[in-house]
Design a protein. Structure first.
Length: 365
């Protein structure tokens, strides 16, 4: 059999409790690497600095291949540290042009597909029996066993949820948890019935034949699937579209907590903050694009005697667009200083959490 260092997280009995100490330690390693890189720059060891930057880029990419969104975000953080070092290196007079070095990197450099796929099925890995829930009639014994298993597998989710937030399932832990969840099921039956009828999952004639547990868990499962898909499907669209749609889904979910009932809490508790994730991911891609834009300007200056180009269109190589907007970066020249910045729409709620970019460029004499 072939050797594999994949986590096999799918075999874990409790994914929510899976510990990732080595991932956080990577941050410290990245900080140690940046000290080595900056020392190399200070000592004019440019080749050494470039080698360290390459190591950091590779490390960030490998971390981003993990199953967890948090690992991907650590990869973004490592790459962010690396790009800070790269911009410092770009100021060194002996730094070679790095445009083509960055152009040949994989696109996207940090691929989120693996962690998004894992997060999309996370609830069913944490509560495998939830996949069994459908319109098939079940015995009372089945539901007693199901609720007991459900109480156990959601216990840690409620423990992780901050006390200032509503409970995901129930604040009650220990021996009384099953009883508390059973009470919550009884209280959620009216909302579950309305939900299943509105969604046309059951009819008025058939709904009276189902036990209360099946009604609530059938509504819970369908609600999760609908909201989850609304969250994740927009990840394939441009940022300006995705962030607006995901924010609308978040607003709807917050309204549903009062309207739909407690069975919506599990969805609220386990879905990741995709708007924050997309912003961090796009911010990292923007920083890579900025590096290439600067190198394109440097390349033009090397060819024309150290003069700033009047427009990015005059660059001898293509300048990447801003991943946040899909449009070119703003570029203005005032004398011997150029300003490269993000051209974000003013007073736009879509970009309210997007930090602006503004870099002043000047050729040394």
């Amino acid at each position: 059999s072939s050797f594999s260092m994949h986590r096999n997280i799918h075999l874990s009995d409790n994914p929510v409790g899976y510990l990732l100490p080595e991932i956080q330690n990577i941050r410290e390693l990245a900080r140690n690497q940046t000290i080595r890189c900056r020392l190399a720059i200070a000592e004019n060891r440019i080749d050494d600095a470039i080698e360290i930057i390459g190591q950091q880029v590779t490390m960030s990419r490998h971390i981003g291949m993990d199953d967890f969104l948090v690992s991907y975000l650590v990869g973004c953080a490592v790459l962010g540290i690396t790009l800070d070092d790269t911009m410092l290196l770009q100021e060194h007079p002996e730094c070679p042009n790095l445009y083509w070095a960055f152009a040949q990197l994989p696109s996207p450099l940090l691929d989120p597909d693996r962690c998004i796929a894992f997060e999309r099925q996370f609830l069913y890995l944490q509560i495998p029996k939830l996949k069994e829930i459908d319109k098939t009639p079940r015995s009372a014994a089945y539901w007693r066993e199901f609720v007991t298993d459900f109480a156990k597998r959601t216990s840690e989710i409620d423990q992780y949820n901050e006390e200032r937030n509503p409970a995901v399932v129930s604040r009650v832990q220990g021996d009384k948890r099953v009883e508390a969840i059973q009470k919550g099921i009884e209280e959620s039956v009216p909302q579950a019935r309305d939900y299943l009828l509105d969604r046309r999952i059951l009819t008025k004639e058939s709904i009276v034949t189902y036990p209360k547990e099946q009604l609530v868990f059938l509504a819970m499962k369908d609600y999760y699937d609908v909201i989850r898909d609304d969250h994740f499907k927009w990840c394939r669209t441009p940022y300006s579209i995705a962030i607006e749609k995901i924010s609308a889904t978040n607003d709807q979910m917050n309204k549903d907590r009062a309207k739909v009932g407690s069975f919506s809490g599990l969805t609220y508790g386990v879905l990741p903050s995709m708007d924050a994730f997309l912003t961090a991911m796009t911010r990292t891609r923007q920083r890579v694009a900025v590096i290439q834009a600067i190198e394109a300007i440097r390349m033009a200056g090397a060819e024309n005697g150290g003069k700033l180009i009047d427009s990015l269109d005059e660059a001898p190589v293509p300048v990447p667009s801003d991943p946040f907007t899909g449009k070119p970066f703003s570029y203005q020249v005032n004398g011997d200083v150029a300003i490269l910045s993000s051209d974000l729409p003013k007073n736009s709620s879509v970009f309210r959490n997007t930090p602006p970019v503004r870099i002043e460029l000047k050729f040394a004499k």
